[in-house]
Design a protein around this ligand. Structure first.
Ligand SMILES: Cc1cc2nc3c(=O)[nH]c(=O)nc-3n(C[C@H](O)[C@H](O)[C@H](O)COP(=O)(O)O)c2cc1C
Length: 347
């Protein structure tokens, strides 16, 4: 089977039993007096000049085959109907084989005015980046970092030497905002510092807790001998704790394991400007169709308004200052890494 088609099916299979994850270890300090009225609530946010109506978007998934073209068209219909920003999957396949370019361009055709991000791996050059941006008339570019996936993938890349120079050159060369993202393994302070030093202005920490690409790629290996890497990486909550020192220097984005509006709200409360969703949207589109997914997105928007009100916060910026109590595994991690959780609890 085509690798991209296989990824869709395996990612959907992972959604069958929605897991507990580290968002369950985040809770709020309830305050009984909130001086706010519904008409003050403003869900808008921005990513380096891209203005979003709501603090969540459809994160990178697919393209590169006939089946993924249909799926991308469905995602674009959801994005258009709901006003969500959307990223395509890695556009590399279209540069290697122009006959599959339409599996990506369908997204722009379906939603000519929508905010659209192109996506590529960090092994790709600045020249490739420009071609992908032009192909989709993209408003921004995501560059993904996916070392664990490449190493577990039977046919994966094992040469990562040019990643840093490619990222630096691409940021210099292209005129749209660039987001460097993980693919579900999360980020550590040291990684984020390195990206900042390379000139990166927006980062999606994309952590563990939802889709696991080590698990997906391992199940494509004949002997499935690397299953011990299924849970490799930092959770999204832990990654956002690691990211705390950089909140003023970078546009912070989060994804990985978002199951509902409360997880989005928690990620924003931990400092994310906006939150990406892949697995949950994939599962809803594939199991229930476009209309049910549009309804899900509209429900989440309404629930976010309620959650902003519940914590007395009018804007997304205000939500980022919510008092948070972090317990369990993320607390243990923070203690060992010297990350101060009292700042979040009593701000
Ligand atoms: C089927 C599928 C394909 C994906 N392909 C890409 C990709 O091409 N580029 C990328 O940056 N991330 C890709 N991702 C990773 C997502 O953008 C996201 O980082 C990850 O799935 C974690 O989010 P989730 O738990 O909400 O799924 C893909 C995810 C899925 C489910």
């Amino acid at each position: 089977m085509n690798r991209k088609d296989e990824h869709l099916l395996l990612a959907k299979a992972q959604q069958q039993n929605p897991k507990e994850n580290d968002f369950d270890a985040v809770s709020f300090v309830h305050q009984s007096m909130v001086s706010i009225s519904d008409d003050q609530i403003d869900l808008t946010t921005s990513i380096n000049g891209l203005n979003l109506e709501v603090p969540f978007y459809i994160n990178a998934m697919t393209g590169g085959s006939e089946k993924t073209k249909v799926f991308n068209q469905q995602l674009a219909m959801v994005a258009k109907a709901t006003g969500l920003m959307m990223a395509t999957g890695s556009v590399s396949a279209a540069l290697k084989d122009p006959s599959v370019a339409d599996s990506y361009t369908i997204v722009r055709e379906e939603n000519p005015q929508g905010l659209l991000l192109a996506n590529m791996g960090a092994g790709r050059t600045a020249e490739d980046a420009q071609k992908m941006i032009d192909l989709l008339d993209a408003d921004g570019l995501q560059i993904h970092l996916n070392v664990p996936q490449e190493l577990v993938m039977p046919e994966g890349e094992h040469d990562f030497e040019l990643w840093e120079s490619n990222i630096r050159d691409t940021i210099d060369a292209v005129s749209v905002p660039v987001i460097v993202k993980e693919v579900g393994f999360g980020m550590a302070q040291e990684t984020i510092q390195k990206l900042l030093d390379l000139g990166v202005q927006a980062v999606d920490v994309s952590g563990r807790g939802g889709t696991s690409f080590t698990q997906i790629e391992n199940s494509r290996r004949k002997e499935r001998e690397l299953s011990y890497l299924n849970d490799w990486g930092q959770s999204t909550v832990i990654s956002l704790l690691e990211a705390q020192p950089f909140m003023d220097d970078l546009t912070m984005l989060a994804s990985g394991g978002i199951r509902n509006a409360f997880d989005i709200f928690k990620a924003v409360s931990l400092g994310a400007n906006a939150v990406g969703i892949s697995g949950t949207i994939l599962n809803t589109v594939m199991s229930e169709g476009v209309d049910a997914t549009i309804k899900l997105v509209e429900d989440w928007k309404a629930q976010l308004r309620l959650l902003y009100a519940l914590t007395g916060k009018a804007t997304t910026r205000d939500v980022q200052k919510n008092q948070l109590i972090i317990t369990g595994a993320p607390k243990e991690w923070a203690e060992l890494r010297g990350i101060n959780l009292y700042n979040l609890a009593a701000r």
